[in-house]
Design a protein around this ligand. Structure first.
Ligand SMILES: *Cc1c(COP(=O)(O)O)cnc(C)c1O
Length: 385
């Protein structure tokens, strides 16, 4: 008999309601999406500002494709680094108030590359248990020892740091947690890092574009400097509506990554047109403050309605609004019910989240209407109440 019993493993996933499958969109990402000829209200994407199909962003992409072609043809360190990459990096450094920024093909790769490049054997890495998989995997890839503390537990983190005998300690945390939508206690993290001489890295994938007057993310919202948060990572694929990621910090940090981050060195540079599109969306992000205001108002409308229905929501100010249902079966049944009403929400099951905290992950976009939010609420009521 074969040792590779894929079909048995796949059947087991199906039995446990853990089987994952994909939707196939036939149009742009947005507050409504088209699937097999049907339109759905989309409460499952991370396109928080509604920039993924903004005409100016599309136009910038098209113009750059005319000028540069499509593929970058090479890694950055060979001949794949273009003026568009360079310009975006300079704009990101100014946008985040850091000395320098480095674009990396995806957020997953940025976290893997940065953590494994910055740490070595004998170092210790401290991570929140609810950190994004890419931070955790970066810790696993690194030769340093990985310690995880319970979500937001600063006492425990301080204890772990005190017990540590290594000279070099790295603390890495999501800024906004991707499944709960809550914020990391950034000021406490800064204090704890300072007291133990640890390097602090914040992944603001869900904060960038959403928080701060100009959309600079949680670090802009709280005015946190490069000294306080020396390693900042954020992505383009969420609020900025394009694709890719960056790390920002000191000149030396960026030089270290260029020399040592394997997910930067050994991969093809992103297409220049993606950089041009991101430069344009960064402009829209900074100027269109109405997008952030609209998000706040939609989120507050939803939270108000959800509380009236007695739904189990979490303390989140972000566009990520989970509704806890408590089992994989309940999550699948509610999300299928909503889909029949032409509404898409994220169905987040165990083991992505802890048992009994299985949830609908509902996300908002500045392009949603109040009517869409109201229909979502009445459909949740019909499904759950
Ligand atoms: C989405 C996400 C990433 C990964 O970014 P990609 O560009 O999609 O690879 C990393 N960290 C967090 C917190 C995320 O939510």
């Amino acid at each position: 008999m074969s040792h590779w019993e894929f079909s048995r493993e796949l059947d087991a996933l199906k039995r446990q309601q853990l089987y994952r499958s994909r939707l196939t969109l036939s149009g742009p990402q947005g507050a409504q999406v088209q699937i097999e000829g049907e339109l759905y209200d989309n409460f499952s994407s991370n396109d928080y500002l509604g920039l993924a199909h903004h005409p100016e962003v599309i136009n910038a992409f098209q113009q750059a494709a005319q000028q540069y072609g499509v593929g970058s043809g090479s890694a950055h360190l060979i001949c794949g680094h273009s003026l568009e990459h360079q310009a975006l990096e300079e704009e990101l450094a100014a946008f985040t108030g850091r000395e320098r920024a480095l674009v990396i093909s995806t957020g997953y790769m940025a976290n893997l590359g940065a953590i494994s490049a910055l740490t070595r054997k004998g170092d210790e890495i401290f991570q929140d248990k609810l950190n994004h998989a890419s931070l955790i995997d970066g810790g696993r890839l690194s030769e340093a020892d990985l310690r995880r503390y319970s979500h937001g537990d600063m006492k425990r983190l301080a204890q772990l740091l005190e017990k540590s005998s290594s000279d070099r300690k790295l603390i890495a945390s999501d800024g906004v947690f991707s499944m709960d939508g809550d914020e990391a206690p950034l000021n406490d993290l800064i204090t704890v890092a300072k007291n133990s001489n640890a390097l602090l890295m914040i992944d603001d994938a869900h904060g960038i574009g959403v928080f701060g007057d100009k959309g600079g993310g949680l670090l802009e919202k709280y005015g946190l400097t490069q000294q306080q948060v020396p390693v900042l990572m954020a992505t383009f694929g969420k609020a900025l509506g394009t694709s890719g990621a960056f790390i920002a910090g000191s000149d030396e940090l960026i030089e270290m990554l260029i020399q040592k981050a394997r997910t930067y060195i050994f991969t093809t540079a992103m297409p220049p047109a993606i950089m041009a599109a991101t430069r344009q969306s960064l402009r829209r992000c900074q100027e269109d403050t109405w997008r952030r205001e609209k998000l706040v108002s939609l989120v507050s409308r939803f939270r108000h309605g959800a509380k009236q229905l007695g739904l189990h929501i979490l303390p989140s100010d972000s566009p990520i609004q989970p509704v806890i249902l408590g089992s994989n079966e309940a999550v699948m049944s509610a999300s299928n019910f909503l889909k029949k009403r032409s509404i898409l929400v994220g169905a987040i099951r165990h083991p992505t989240v802890k048992k009994s905290s299985e949830r609908l992950r509902i996300t908002f976009s500045a392009n949603h209407t109040e009517r869409q939010v109201d229909k979502l609420l009445s459909s949740l009521e019909a499904s759950l109440c």
